[in-house]
Design a protein around this ligand. Structure first.
Ligand code: PGA
Length: 349
């Protein structure tokens, strides 16, 4: 018996003999590109082939399968029902093959491949740097970073569009995910530098509720956490404005439109001594965490695994970065064992 024969492995009852003989991976690649890009021309451009080649390959594939795969709606090309089935299969096939290519490269000692990272709005204040450091360590790795709101990130997880995600709160229930906390995300009260409360200690929450307040848009994790804290104290903030961007809120604060609660990460570049000041308010900081998230059961590519380990290892420096921005935080981190860098590194297998 050959040494590698695996007694537990049973080949699929029906090997796809017909497709193996009549269809080609190249045809599947062309078809996948047309559906994803919604156009023959764009698919041809992406694959560096002519449009007649694209049309011919797709026609051959439709002939092999015996059903129309695409329908034209004006200038937009959409998959038929059979085409949509084929498209899902193509994605699974290509993901498996891409992982195989990376594993083979890995065995050759080359870290090559592509990392697709999807991050929630506020994670844009550190995710590009993290990615930059990672790519410096693995120069053969290309990357794509998608910054979206929570709803869109959840959609992307369900559609398996990226390798990994960074979120402020892991989804509960559906989609079913693995999540690993790896960095602090303190939410703090911000005010314009010349505000009378700047420099006061332990300001009562009720005092803040009397001030005009700027709130993030519905769907934002920061908004939910802020409203929850006010609600727990039986207080309502005096919301004067809702804005869907952290940067716009910082400018609105400086413009004197109100106070707001944002992640301390939003001050990473300018620091806490710029035009936006931090207030020491009862109940704050709200200590949230950043999570690395991926769908349960997903086989992470070697590059995604390398990034996961890398992000977990950078965890202590993320704590230091936050404590540098606001030294009081060091005592919060020390108080909660779960928040110490040592606890983070424990997760690294
Ligand atoms: P947000 O997420 O940018 O959607 O508010 C950040 C968080 O959940 O803390």
């Amino acid at each position: 018996m050959p040494p590698y024969s695996d007694q537990t492995y049973t080949p699929p009852a029906a090997m796809p003999h017909y497709l193996i003989r009549h269809a080609s991976l190249r045809q599947l690649q062309v078809f996948e590109a047309i559906v994803r890009l919604g156009s023959f021309t764009r698919a041809a451009d992406e694959l560096f082939v002519t449009q007649p080649t694209v049309s011919m390959q797709t026609k051959k594939l439709a002939d092999v399968l015996g059903l129309p795969l695409l329908e034209q709606n004006g200038r937009q090309v959409r998959p038929t029902e059979a085409g949509a089935e084929l498209y899902n299969s193509c994605r699974a096939i290509f993901e498996t093959l891409a992982n195989l290519e990376m594993k083979i490269d890995d065995l050759k000692g080359i870290k090559r491949g592509r990392l697709r990272l999807g991050v929630i709005t506020t994670a844009k204040y550190f995710a590009p740097e993290l990615l930059g450091e990672f790519c410096k360590q693995f120069p053969g790795v290309g990357s794509a970073l998608k910054v979206s709101n929570r709803d869109r990130i959840l959609e992307r997880i369900c559609a398996n569009e990226d390798d990994l995600y960074i979120m402020g709160q892991a989804p509960e229930g559906q989609p079913d995910v693995e999540s690993l906390a790896f960095a602090p995300n303190p939410l703090v009260v911000m005010a314009p530098r010349d505000h009378p409360l700047v420099g006061e200690r332990n300001i009562p929450l009720a005092r803040i509720a009397g001030e005009p307040f700027i709130l993030r848009e519905p769907g934002s994790g920061i908004r939910d956490a802020t409203l929850k804290l006010f609600e727990e104290h039986g207080i309502r903030p005096r919301v004067c404005m809702e804005l869907g961007s952290n940067e716009a809120i910082k400018h609105a604060i400086v413009g004197g439109l109100g106070l707001s609660v944002l992640s301390l990460h939003t001050l990473t570049l300018e620091g806490p001594d710029g035009p936006v000041a931090l207030l020491d308010v009862e109940g704050f900081p709200i200590m949230r965490q950043w999570y690395l998230v991926y769908p349960k059961g997903k086989e992470l590519s070697p590059v995604a695994q390398a990034f996961l380990q890398f992000a977990l290892q950078t965890s202590p420096s993320m704590y230091e970065r936050m404590a540098r921005l606001w030294p009081d935080l060091a005592s919060y981190f020390a108080m909660d064992e779960k928040l110490t860098p040592a606890a983070r590194t424990d997760q690294i297998s």
